[in-house]
Design a protein around this ligand. Sequence first.
Ligand code: FES
Ligand code: FE2
Length: 347
Amino acid sequence: MNVPVRMISETASPDAALIDDWHVIAFSKDVPAGKVVAATLLGEDLILWRDASGKLHVWKDLCIHRGARLSKGWIANDTVVCPYHGWRYDGSAKCVLVPAAPDQPPPLKARAFPHLAEERYGMVWASLGEPKHPVPTFPEWDDVSFRKFNTGPYFFKANGFRSVENFIDATHFPFVHRGLNGVEDAPDKVEDYKVFEDENGISTSGIRVFQPYGDHRQVPVNATYTYRVFRPLVAYFSKQVEIADRDKRHFGGPDDRFCTFLTAQPVDEVNCIIRLCVAINFGENLNEEDIQRRQDMVFSQDKDIVETQRPERIPVDLRAEIHHRTDKFGVAYRRWLGALGLTYGTA
Ligand code: FES
Ligand SMILES: [Fe+2]
């Protein structure tokens, strides 16, 4: 699951604010019964597996016997089998069999190292500590008028915070997504907007732009974005899309919205994996591939740029880099990260 990655020059320990939070580390569909899946979160190697009851488990990728990787093991009899000496661990993380001494109960200390895990929005959420906040609410998830699609994973050899900041930035559209989300020769002037902060994070008022291929219908739209950052690595937009051509406007409705819930898995300080849940309440004839195609295109364009940014870690000291009035939400994000006391993945 985790693709070879950019090397880290020196490593910091993850801050409590990240340890005690939920992070997405897989799509639920990528962890079928009978499979041991590897993942890395904040530099820690993990395994994911599903027991016969369907319950998902996230453990450290380590066998306590001789330190072998459980991710090289397999599932048998509803247990994870270590690939080295075949010790078996059940869903309660207890070792239930030492094959070389099958008649003796295994040592009580022989246990796997479980972490908290939850499944929401087709995604697996895990925490290496004790989460201080619940998994963020995806506002459209329970609204049946919206169809939902998981897209990704997108492997970014880039810092998770830089990747989130890119997602909440409306001024890169005409250049990074020319012909899709903006027009290079006629970039939108971004009017001033408001930024709010509450217990659910930070958000903006509406930001209006013209987009030649702003949603999956492939028609020009006037789009109004409302952004939100729920957690340091979980962000969202709700985009109201109005078909720009008056003669074609009746193909859409005034309440058409395209919403995206984005999660960045911090593999380490300079690598992340983006996973999305997209919700749309228009275009019944659009299929999974139509949605996937546009999402893949947009995120490969973002990846291309975000992977080049230097320094790799996001500067939270506002004296580094230059901030323009039109970077208001990015600045609010950096301030907010700084106020959380984050050092891991920041410069
Ligand atoms: S290292 Fe896992 S069984 Fe020996
Ligand atoms: Fe982008």
